[in-house]
Ligand binder design. Structure first.
Ligand code: GDD
Length: 409
């Protein structure tokens, strides 16, 4: 059998995702109308003989209870949430649950970061992994030299695919090839993690910690059981004929900020054209709204037939979109009301928010800038005719004056 693990992390890791992570665990935030974590989960359908999918994280158990039972039923593959009572790092988390993961006697363990957006080409990766016969295969991609430093940079042998060198977020340029955070391992990986942990035990607190870690994580990162997959495992195993790489030419992005969630929502909507065209709004009935480009609309949302929606719009459950409304490049969350002739562009509108008549909620559409989109937190009210541009608005605020380029606390 094979098993899959999706590393979902925990609440402290989601701070850049505020204010959207206040009342929802980031892995459950909808991208193209489906929880972030559901995209890798559905990709697991491509894995042969899949016995189990595990989500490993340190969010509260109750954050995932409903979700895992619903998705298990839908998928007909058991999906389980395994909670660490404290963070163990990406490799430490895997190791902590090794006995459970090994219960099905898996040949391969697929491991995916939850906060990446890609096509998860798992069957092609598996074919490469079986050919290489290493203990691990990493998904890699070529990006621009400027952006590579935000990720793990890798050097691989062009002929054999072997991972020769690995440097996590290096300060000086190593390579334009990066680690995509999607892996296939054989159970031997546990021995490698165990090796690091026991070496830690021997050296005690002598391990060097960076000042950032010293400030935030001293207690956990000096612990023997806190092990990171990238710098603690991949770096020392590189160049030992144990790890190999598989290159993807498809889209790939990391989802650390709300701006990137808008970008990734558009990538997943575009992917639906190939993988799930039924999820895209058609607008083929005479009484339906006008849809432009890729749009997802939850069946319980109500859209007035004079509204114009798209491209790149996702509308969640029970949203009400009034007459003459224009929606472009946005995510509208549950129970939102948009009143007549309002315009929303390059924005995320939080749960239960209300946008008034002729109001404008907009962003310049720079997904990587701090204030390149507008985000309304939960239960925000934008009054009639008010214009909100490039703002982050915290939950429960009422805006009765126009604002731009501001964080509204
Ligand atoms: N369960 C659990 N426990 N998950 C964790 C923990 C932990 O203690 N720490 C991190 N994670 C999860 C995160 O939620 C994320 O999905 C994944 O593990 C990696 O997170 P980080 O270790 O914070 O690394 P990163 O996201 O900055 O970078 C990693 O991913 C990039 C690709 O997105 C690195 O592996 C980079 O090399 C890589 O390019």
């Amino acid at each position: 059998a094979n098993v899959a693990v999706i590393m979902v992390g925990g609440p402290t890791k989601g701070t850049r995702f505020r204010p959207l992570s206040f009342n929802l665990a980031k892995p459950l935030f909808p991208l193209a109308g489906q929880p972030m974590v559901q995209h890798p989960i559905l990709a697991c359908k491509k894995i042969p003989n899949l016995a189990q999918i595990y989500l490993i994280g340190f969010y509260e158990e109750r954050d995932f209870t409903l979700y895992v039972s619903a998705i298990s039923n839908e998928l007909k593959v058991p999906v389980r949430y395994l909670r660490e009572e404290k963070p163990h790092g990406s490799a430490g988390g895997l190791y902590y649950f090794r006995d459970l993961l090994m219960e099905e006697n898996p040949v391969n363990i697929f491991v995916m970061n939850c906060d990446v957006c890609c096509s998860f080409p798992l069957s092609d990766m598996l074919a490469a992994h079986l050919k290489y016969k290493g203990i691990g295969t990493l998904l890699v991609k070529k990006v621009s030299a400027e952006s590579a430093s935000e990720f793990g940079e890798i050097v691989a042998d062009a002929e054999t695919g072997e991972l020769l060198h690995y440097a996590e977020k290096p300060e000086t340029f190593v390579s334009e090839w990066i680690n995509c955070g999607v892996y296939i391992f054989t159970p031997e990986i546990f021995l490698a993690i165990q090796g690091v942990a026991s070496e830690r035990n021997n050296h005690g607190t002598l391990r060097r910690v960076s000042s950032f870690e010293a400030l935030h994580f001293t207690t956990k990162s000096t612990q023997a059981d806190f092990v990171r997959l990238d710098q603690d495992i991949l770096t020392p195993l590189a160049g030992k004929r144990k790890l190999y790489t598989y290159e993807t030419q498809d889209f790939w992005e990391q989802i650390k900020t709300p701006g990137m969630s808008l970008k990734c929502s558009s990538l997943y909507l575009a992917q639906y054209r190939l993988t799930a065209p039924d999820l895209l709004a058609k607008g083929d009935k005479s009484n339906s709204a006008k849809f432009v480009g890729d749009v997802y609309v939850h069946p319980s949302a109500k859209i007035h037939h004079t509204a114009k929606v798209g491209p790149n719009v996702s509308i969640s459950g029970s949203a009400r979109i009034g007459p003459g409304v224009r929606l472009i490049g946005c995510i509208i969350l549950d129970d939102v009301e948009i009143k007549e002739n309002a315009l929303i562009s390059h924005s995320i509108v939080g749960w239960k928010s209300i946008v008034g008549r002729w109001a404008r909620v907009q962003g310049v559409g720079d997904y990587t800038a701090k204030l390149g989109i507008t985000i309304l937190g939960e239960d925000v009210q934008v009054e009639d005719e008010v214009v909100v541009t490039n703002c982050i608005v915290l939950p429960h605020k009422t805006l009765n004056l126009s604002v731009h380029d501001e964080i509204i606390l």
